[in-house]
Design a protein around this ligand. Structure first.
Ligand SMILES: [Zn+2]
Ligand SMILES: [Zn+2]
Length: 260
């Protein structure tokens, strides 16, 4: 009796999960909740920063302080962009290409390879998009300037962009798993990894466990590199890895250790 009951529960759980995943509201809610959950721990640190010296020690720009009005204005922009642009577009995408859940989960190796390939592709696409939008003055003014409003980035500035930038980024994020014909689960994992890494790059913190310290040979830029981009504009265009900036000659390492 117990096992029949359990199977029924399992079955209804699966149906519920499928209904949730295939709902037209899922993409926008997923996107917002992943983004805000990635930001939340860093926001807590930002609140503690002025009181606890230990937290301040890991800040890349220790003199900068996140204020409530700044956080509120970023949040307003993010909700506005999601409601007015991401939601209608995700509805169109849902209508045009409904999610089909395959019976089999992908194997671990193909998940890792595909997520990495999607990240490398995204890194390249954003590098060229970014380079173009810094080198053509009117493109910078109309489309990228908004993201550069803060010279000391904090997590909520990650998606504090104009509509065109957010849509371009969403387009690349949607395109890559489709190009590589990824499993929906892989696609979701890439999405989460992409949001987490972009939030980390804007966090303003450099911890001993930050990705750029874990990836060997200086292959990964992360928070330190992107923080420098927000201060110096014409360096470190790639969002994650360093190879494109190295090739183009725009790689700038942080040479001065922040003085106390
Ligand atoms: Zn940025
Ligand atoms: Zn920029």
């Amino acid at each position: 009796v117990m096992s029949v009951h359990w199977m029924r529960l399992n079955y209804s759980g699966r149906i519920l999960m499928e209904n949730l995943l295939t709902s037209p509201f899922f993409p926008v809610l997923f996107s917002l909740s992943v983004y805000l959950s990635c930001c939340l721990p860093y926001l807590c640190l930002d609140m503690l920063c002025s009181r606890i010296a230990l937290v301040r020690r890991f800040k890349i720009q220790p003199q900068s302080q996140v204020t409530w009005p700044e956080a509120r204005s970023c949040l307003r922009n993010i909700f506005h962009n999601h409601a007015c642009f991401i939601f209608p577009l995700s509805l169109l995408h849902w209508f045009w290409k409904p999610l089909v859940c395959p019976k089999m989960a992908p194997d671990t190796l193909s998940v890792v390879v595909d997520v990495l390939a999607c990240l490398l592709l995204f890194d390249m696409q954003y590098f060229f998009w970014h380079l173009l939008h810094h080198n053509v003055p009117w493109l910078y003014c109309f489309f990228h300037k908004e993201h550069h409003y803060y010279t000391a980035p904090f997590t909520l500035t990650t998606q504090n962009t104009g509509v065109w930038e957010l849509l371009s980024l969403s387009f690349f994020t949607t395109l890559n798993p489709a190009l590589l014909d990824c499993h929906p689960l892989t696609e979701m994992l890439f999405f989460v990894a992409n949001i987490f890494l972009s939030v980390e790059a804007h966090s303003g913190y450099d911890f001993p466990w930050s990705p750029h310290r874990l990836v060997p040979f200086g292959l990964y830029g992360g928070a330190r590199h992107h923080d420098l981009h927000h201060r110096q504009f014409r360096v470190n265009y790639a969002p994650y890895f360093t190879h494109w900036d190295r090739l183009y000659g725009s790689l700038q390492e942080e040479n001065m250790k922040i003085k106390k």
